[in-house]
Design a protein. Structure first.
Length: 352
């Protein structure tokens, strides 16, 4: 039986997104809602983002982006950037989504879907700047832009943006990617395209380097309070979610809490991190399929709350602390949490 919850602080989400927007200004911050908004829930995150003034949201898949668009109800622009078949492209266009297009055949499908629906699809053309996470290769980019311009002249598409992904592995590699991106934008303009926004960087590069912000920055982890692995704490940003379990048993060997790796708490946390308890930090001693054993404390009782990861206020690791301890990134502890674990929303999005 699950004896825990993923507790989401709405006000903290708002504060994080406001801090991100302030840092990126005058560029706009696009709040990334992939993986059900980092497992916190698309609808709640969009609601918090709107309170924080966000005007853009985006995700990988069309269903999540459509959900975000419904939640935004015309108050923000929403992008989906997965390459999808024509029937799904039709749903995306009909739902008012903007589409990331990094494939020549996909441009044709999107344009055909828009023409069939009698609407203009807003597209963001993707250049491969070296990461090779899709995107049109530089040697094919000029012809791709010419084709997009031809479709634009028919009213089937409007090229709203030029974009790419970068590795964020080193300043030198990122600088090379930015040079390739700028060259691609110049080619697009030579083809007669007039994109409203350029977006290249995600959280880490854009936070540290203003020259990567252009008009729009896609920010995921930082909006949720997840710092980069091996990176410093970020001013104004704190984790918005805590994994809370309850004590189900107390014995001479310690305390048992009802959250094991089947529900999403990693077995590799044992012996590497502490948990937050009413008495402060206590070592996580073992994790099996259904429960974890925590070092005891005076007065421990069934029903006590134990925080397995969160803000650190009770001695627990943040998601990134836990990720680093088990050899992964800070997003993964959140994404491991089973959908069977209730998401419990606390506070008001209007509280900050």
């Amino acid at each position: 039986m699950i004896a825990g919850e993923l507790r989401v602080d709405r006000a903290r989400l708002v504060a994080n997104i406001r801090a991100v927007r302030a840092r990126m200004a005058p560029a706009e911050a696009l709040v990334v809602i992939k993986d059900d908004a980092y497992a916190l829930g698309v609808d709640e995150v969009v609601a918090a983002g709107l309170v924080a003034g966000a005007r853009w949201f985006g995700g990988i898949d069309v269903p999540s982006a459509l959900r975000a668009a419904r939640a935004a109800d015309g108050r923000a622009r929403v992008i989906a950037w997965m390459t999808v078949p024509e029937d799904e492209a039709r749903r995306a266009v009909a739902g008012g989504l903007e589409l990331g297009v990094g494939d020549e055949d996909y441009l044709e499908r999107v344009a055909a879907a828009a023409r069939a629906a009698g609407v203009t699809a807003r597209v963001h053309l993707k250049i491969d700047t070296g990461l090779h996470r899709n995107g049109v290769r530089p040697e094919r980019w000029r012809a791709f832009c010419a084709r997009a311009a031809a479709w634009e002249s028919t009213g089937a598409v409007r090229v709203a943006g030029i974009w790419s992904h970068i590795a964020e592995a080193s300043d030198a590699e990122d600088d090379a990617s930015r040079s390739a991106f700028d060259a691609a934008v110049a080619v697009a303009r030579e083809a007669g395209l007039r994109p409203e926004v350029r977006h290249l960087a995600a959280s880490a590069a854009a936070w540290a380097r203003p020259e990567f912000r252009y008009e729009l920055v896609r920010v995921g982890a930082f909006c949720y309070g997840i710092r980069s692995a091996d990176g410093p704490e970020i001013a104004g940003i704190a984790p918005a979610a805590s994994l809370v379990a309850r004590v189900t048993e107390v014995d001479d060997d310690g305390v048992i809490v009802g959250m094991g790796f089947v529900d999403g708490y990693p077995s590799t946390a044992a012996g590497r991190v502490a948990a937050g308890t009413p008495a402060g930090a206590r070592a996580v001693e073992a994790v099996d399929a259904f429960a974890a054993r925590i070092a005891s404390w005076p007065g421990a009782a069934v029903g006590d709350e134990v925080v397995l990861f969160g803000t650190g206020a009770h001695g627990e690791p943040t998601p990134t602390d836990l990720g680093e301890a088990i050899g992964t990134v800070g997003e993964e502890p959140l994404l491991r949490v089973s959908r069977l674990v209730p998401r419990v929303y606390v506070g008001s999005a209007a509280a900050r």
